[in-house]
Structures are given as structure tokens and as C-alpha cells.
Design a protein around this ligand. Structure first.
Ligand code: WT7
Length: 629
């Protein structure tokens, strides 16, 4: 593969310049480094007003040939995947590119034998084991659209996602190990499937060996792959054919199925992976995310495999068997690049530093952060104890929708600045807007927007192009609007200040407040609710729910317990509110809109800075909430 790496700050600034002058020739040159069955005719066609974005039109490819086949001629025996199990006493696995290729082909044939074909949607609800990566790539091999659902989601969240995309197959496991817990995935899936008529078969991987109930549509993974051949020619895909759907939460109750396509996603994930982490031949790279999120898709699976890297996949959690597990794994596998989330760093920071210092972390060269703003204290702890002041930290800003990292420093190449994601990647045209949509110049604070498409921008929301337009292209016409605020320093570095919509980032997880409110409102005692985020020293943000109840005499402890489990059942345990406060009313405008801005301030304890509340329909509830919080 052609070397895509910028090796100096001059390389970076030249690239920025070239990309600005002629974006199409810039991206075209990068795309030439990949394996295409047919070269594209047109590099880019777009119209942000439609909106419509198409890259490398007429080009044909299969991303798995770029992830796997291509490496078989150059380094078949190199480790593609290192699997580190939840339990440190279970042996790690090193899977070569040759073996991964064979296993993906076998799994692809297993999918075909069970009726899957190009364009079908396949839901994957699996723990972090090698078969999850294999399942993802097997779908891509045959041109089926994968929809990975994080294995921490509830039955109803799983069902909603399966139904939204009309998935025909479900790939799951008997259970999953996570720390000292076992998640009964098959049982949850069985529950979900009571309401999913589109699923023809469920293929079940045996991981925990726990008892599972068996239905006539169920098949064992190990029995099915046994029957399958390991020869599976890759389906030739058009550049703009969908590769996958991944759901993310939005401001309304329904999750958004972001659609990513084959060509542009391939080009951008490889380009960004290589440049941000400065991966070198022989390095071991570890991203601690789950493949259920975009970080895992782009930077555990696709980006690293396309460039032929060794990518580590960890089944467990940072606290098991103790809070030193991350560092033990880094030392054990001599990890060179380590990519994690601020919430994990803040959790680990609370424990004795000896849990870090007793491990040999001398292999580490690059540290990364993703998912939410990294606060100063966490940044310095990461830098001092993990990086020993010798590893550049890349603070990478991006989204499920962007497919890849858009704002970041390049490790050791461009300057870092604590709490700043720093500069846009070459090829990414970032602007700051004021509330009226005017571009701000120089040092400024405003709304983050992007003025030109990049190859891995999500093309639509599955089944709802109108919503795609409304959410991302309507507030500021002519721009992609990510929903974040930011400030820019005199050198052009960006610092992300947080969401400007009703999405709260809790422990790096993107949670819409609307679905949580809907879940709370299901409770027989709840009349109305409003959920907002408030700052939390480990999770970044936590949730505060204000609820109006329809009875004076209630057992509040019982009700709040019930509300929490209702949210856990409907969405997943990550969405449980930390605080539930019973109120007699919610602050509303005269038109009846809940003033979330005021609730956010109240939840944060900023009682002094509420602004003028006299124009509210019911200013008295503000006093009441203050008094009782
Ligand atoms: C939202 C996207 C990117 C993959 C994981 C999350 C926040 C993400 C950063 C960062 C400040 C960040 C933003 C963004 N965010 N990375 N480095 N600094 N904020 O993907 O679930 O789609 O969430 O996460 O608010 O919009 P996601």
C-alpha cells in the first residue's frame, strides 16, 4: 500500500494547502493507494442543500480485500488481531492475517448458506471476542450491511434497531464476559426477537457455555462454520453501496441509523488511522473501545486492518481483576499506541498510581483520547503516569456520523495542547459560526460546522433522509452541523466545549435525553419528565431526571428504583439517571416548551446564573426545585 503518512509539520501544512486548493485531486491521490476492482470516474458529487454526498463514483471495491487479501502477499503470517480475554488466566490469541482471512471467508459462507446476500441487513449483538470482528468482516465480504448493536443494550433497544433496518439475520452469543459479570446475551436476544418478525435465523456463538433456551430458528455458530468452505470471493461493491448501519442517539426518541458507504469510509479510516497514530510496521496498536461503537468499527477493525496493522481486541473492563488491567495488558503485549476514553482515565486516576507504575509501559509511544472533552487533570495524569511525559497525546474529536477522526493532532508531528483537540485533519474544512450562521474569524467561540464533505461522512439516516437533512444540514444551510460548540485559539486550535443540543455524553456514550424521558413516562406514576446532564467527575456528565408524579402519596425510594430499572430495560444500564427528583412542575415557556437551559443550570448547582426566569409560564417551580435540590 502506498505510504499515506505525514512525517513532519511541513507535510501537514502542505497537505492542508493542497486539500483546500483542490479537494478532489487531494482525495483522489489518497484513494489511489487502495485496491479497487474498477477506478472511479468522478471523485466527488455533492450538494449540502439536498443533502447528497457521493465519493469515488463508479469505483468498485470490496473493503475486506483491502483489510485482508492484500496483506496475504506481503505479510500473511503477521498478527492481524491479538485477543486479550476478560479473564487474565485465559490464554491470549494471536490471529495471523492468513488465519483471519480464512475465518472471515468461512463465516461469510456460513452467512450465505443461511440465505444472506448483498444488501441484506445483518444484526450483530456479540461480546468483544474475535468472532465479532470476523462477523463484521464476513458481512462486508458478501456485501451484506452490518448493524452492530452494543452488547450492553437492552432487549427493547435491540428490537428497535433490528426492526428499523429489517434485519434478516441475528448473530449473537450465549453470553458475554465483562469483568465479574456475565451478560446473558442469548436470553436478551430471545426477548427482543419476540417482536422482530424480519429475523429468519439466529446464529449463536458459544462463549460462556451457559445454558440457553433453543428455538427452531436458532443455529450454533460452531456447527455452521464447520460446514462452510474457507474460499469466498469478495462481492464487488460500488463505492457508494452501504457498508454498515450504526445507530446513534439524537434529540428525539428514535435512534438514528447512520449509513456509511464502502469507498469513502475505507479511504478515510485508513488515512486517518495511519496519520493520527503514526503507526509503524511491527507496532502493536490497542483501542479499548467496544466494536459496538463507531470507535471500534473505524479504529479497531477497519482502519488498522486496511493498513496491515496488529490490532488488539480486549474483552474485559479496566477494573477487572483490578484497576491496573489496562497497564498489565499494555506491558504483556508491548502495546505501542494506546487509545482510550477520558471517562476511563478519570476512573483509573482515582486509584493508587502504583497500579500504573508497577507495569513496564516502556513500549508505549502514542496515547489517544476519544469520546468527550478530556479535562486538564485527566490529561496531565495520562501524560505523567502512562506516557511518562514521552508520549504525545492525540485528543481526537469526531462522531458516529463523521466515520473517522476530524480534529486532532498527529502524534509527534503537530503540537498538542491539553484540552484542545487542536487542528482539523488535512482535508477537513472546519469553521465556527455565530448563532445566525455567520462564519467567525480568528480567535472565537461558536458553533462548530464543516463546510466541505470528506469521504467518510454518513450518507443518510437509514429510512429517514428527511431527518438526516433536518438534523445535520438545516440549522446552518450550506454546512454540516455536528451539534457541538467549540472555541478556537489564535493558532487555529479547536477546543470542543460540548453539545449544543439535547444529547448528553455520559462516560463517552452519546445519550439522547428524549428516549430516557419516554422510558420514565412509561411508569404509571409519572406524568411528565425532563432529563438533563450535569458535570460528573468520573463520567464527564451524569443524568438528572426531573419527574412530575400523579399522586401525593408515593414511596419515593421504590419509585426511583423502578424508574432506574425501567430505563435500564428500555435503553440499557448506561442510561440510568444518577439523580431522580420529584417536582410539581417543569419550567416552561409560554408556548409550553421545557426550558432545559434552566434545568441544566439547576442540576449543575448554578443557582445564581439562571438569568431572567420571570417570562416563564411558571417561575415558581424554579424556586421549588432550588429548595429541594
Ligand atoms: C460526540 C460524538 C467519536 C467516537 C466516539 C463518540 C463528543 C467525541 C470528543 C473529543 C470533545 C468529543 C462530541 C461528539 N466527542 N470526541 N475528543 N473532545 N468531545 O461518538 O457517540 O457519535 O459521539 O462525542 O460531543 O459530537 P458519538
Amino acid at each position: 500500500m502506498k505510504d499515506l503518512t505525514y512525517r513532519s509539520i511541513e507535510d501537514h501544512s502542505n497537505a492542508v494547502k493542497q486539500a483546500l486548493e483542490n479537494p478532489e485531486s487531494f482525495w483522489s491521490k489518497i484513494a489511489e493507494g487502495f485496491h479497487w476492482h474498477k477506478k472511479w470516474d468522478t471523485t466527488l458529487e455533492y450538494d449540502f442543500n439536498q443533502p447528497s454526498v457521493k465519493w469515488f463514483l463508479g469505483g468498485q471495491l470490496n473493503i475486506t480485500e483491502n483489510c485482508l487479501d492484500r496483506h496475504l502477499t506481503t505479510h500473511p503470517d503477521k498478527t492481524s488481531l491479538i485477543f486479550e480475554p476478560n479473564d487474565p488466566s485465559e490464554a491470549a490469541q494471536h490471529i495471523s492475517y492468513r488465519t483471519l482471512h480464512q475465518r472471515v471467508c468461512r463465516a461469510a459462507n456460513m452467512l450465505k448458506a443461511n440465505g444472506a446476500k448483498k444488501g441484506d441487513r445483518i444484526c450483530i449483538y456479540m461480546p468483544m471476542v474475535p468472532e465479532l470482528t470476523i462477523a463484521v468482516l464476513a458481512c462486508a465480504r458478501i456485501g451484506a450491511i452490518h448493524s452492530v448493536v452494543f452488547a450492553g443494550f437492552s432487549a427493547s433497544a435491540l428490537a428497535a434497531r433490528i426492526n428499523d433496518a429489517h434485519c434478516s439475520l441475528l448473530l449473537t452469543a450465549d453470553g458475554g464476559f465483562r469483568g465479574s459479570k456475565v451478560t446473558p446475551l442469548k436470553e436478551i436476544a430471545d426477548d427482543a426477537l419476540l417482536n422482530c418478525p424480519s429475523i429468519n435465523n439466529t446464529i449463536v456463538l458459544k462463549r460462556t457455555g451457559q445454558h440457553v433456551s433453543w428455538n427452531k430458528k436458532d443455529l450454533w455458530w460452531h456447527e455452521e462454520v464447520e460446514k462452510a468452505s474457507d474460499v469466498c470471493p469478495a462481492e464487488v461493491m460500488d463505492s457508494e453501496d452501504p457498508l454498515f448501519i450504526l445507530y446513534t442517539s439524537g434529540s428525539t426518541g428514535k435512534p438514528k441509523g447512520m449509513v456509511h458507504t464502502c469507498g469513502g469510509y475505507m479511504v478515510y479510516t485508513a488515512y486517518s488511522f495511519q496519520n493520527v497514530f503514526q503507526y509503524q510496521k511491527g507496532d502493536v496498536y490497542w483501542c479499548t473501545a467496544d466494536i459496538g461503537w463507531i470507535t471500534g468499527h473505524s479504529y479497531i477493525v477497519y482502519g488498522p486492518l486496511i493498513v496491515g496493522a496488529t490490532t488488539l481486541m480486549f474483552e474485559g473492563v479496566p477494573s477487572y481483576p483490578d484497576y491496573g488491567r489496562f497497564w498489565e495488558v499494555c506491558a504483556k503485549h508491548k502495546v505501542n499506541q494506546f487509545y482510550t476514553a477520558p471517562t476511563a482515565i478519570r476512573a483509573l486516576q482515582k486509584h493508587p498510581t502504583e497500579l500504573v507504575t508497577k507495569h513496564d509501559l516502556s513500549s508505549l509511544r502514542v496515547l489517544g483520547s476519544v469520546g468527550e472533552p478530556i479535562n486538564e487533570e485527566a490529561w496531565h495524569w495520562y501524560d505523567k503516569y502512562v506516557g511518562k511525559h514521552e508520549c504525545p497525546i492525540v485528543d481526537t474529536w469526531w462522531q458516529t456520523e463523521t466515520g473517522g477522526i476530524l480534529i486532532t493532532s498527529l502524534a509527534g508531528i503537530t503540537p498538542q495542547k491539553p484540552t484542545y483537540a487542536t487542528l482539523p485533519m488535512p482535508g477537513i474544512q472546519v469553521v465556527l459560526l455565530d448563532a445566525e450562521g455567520n462564519e467567525l474569524a480568528g480567535e472565537a467561540e461558536g458553533i462548530l460546522a464543516i463546510s466541505h464533505p470528506w469521504p467518510s461522512i454518513a450518507r443518510t439516516i437509514w429510512g429517514d433522509h428527511k431527518r438526516y437533512k433536518n438534523v445535520y444540514f438545516s440549522a446552518y444551510p450550506g454546512y454540516y452541523f455536528p451539534g457541538d460548540g467549540a472555541l478556537r485559539d489564535a493558532k487555529g486550535n479547536y477546543r470542543i466545549t460540548g453539545r449544543v443540543d439535547d444529547v448528553v455524553i455520559v462516560s463517552g456514550h452519546n445519550l439522547g435525553t428524549a428516549p430516557i424521558e419516554n422510558a420514565l413516562n412509561e411508569h404509571e406514576l409519572v406524568v411528565e419528565s425532563a432529563v438533563v446532564g450535569f458535570p460528573h467527575d468520573v463520567k464527564g456528565n451524569a443524568l438528572h431526571a426531573y419527574v412530575i408524579v400523579n399522586s401525593k402519596i408515593i414511596d419515593e425510594t421504590k419509585m426511583t428504583d423502578e424508574l432506574r430499572s425501567l430505563v435500564a430495560q428500555t435503553i440499557g444500564p448506561i442510561a440510568k439517571p444518577d439523580r431522580i427528583q420529584v417536582v410539581s412542575g417543569l419550567p416552561k415557556t409560554r408556548s409550553g416548551k421545557i426550558m432545559r437551559r434552566i434545568l441544566r443550570k439547576l442540576a449543575a448547582g448554578e443557582h445564581g446564573s439562571l438569568g431572567d426566569v420571570s417570562t416563564l409560564l411558571n417561575p415558581e417551580v424554579v424556586e421549588e426545585i432550588k429548595k429541594n435540590s
